[in-house]
Design a protein around this ligand. Structure first.
Ligand SMILES: [Zn+2]
Length: 60
């Protein structure tokens, strides 16, 4: 899945351009104000992302 993180300091929304196959947490640096942002991906987030992917995919 791909995550979109909103900076708590300046409100800048940035997409995390990495695959996140399972629940995890990590830090990224805000591209605008360079604040360190903690990103948490929960099992629910993974399920939501997978459900969205399935909805978009054509039926094979
Ligand atoms: Zn920021």
């Amino acid at each position: 899945m791909r995550a979109v993180v909103t900076c708590e300091a300046c409100g800048f929304r940035q997409e995390v351009a990495r695959e996140i196959p399972q629940p995890t947490s990590f830090h990224i640096i805000c591209h605008r104000c360079e604040q360190s942002l903690r990103v948490s991906v929960t099992p629910a987030d993974i399920r939501t992302a997978e459900a969205m992917l399935r909805t978009r995919s054509p039926i094979a």
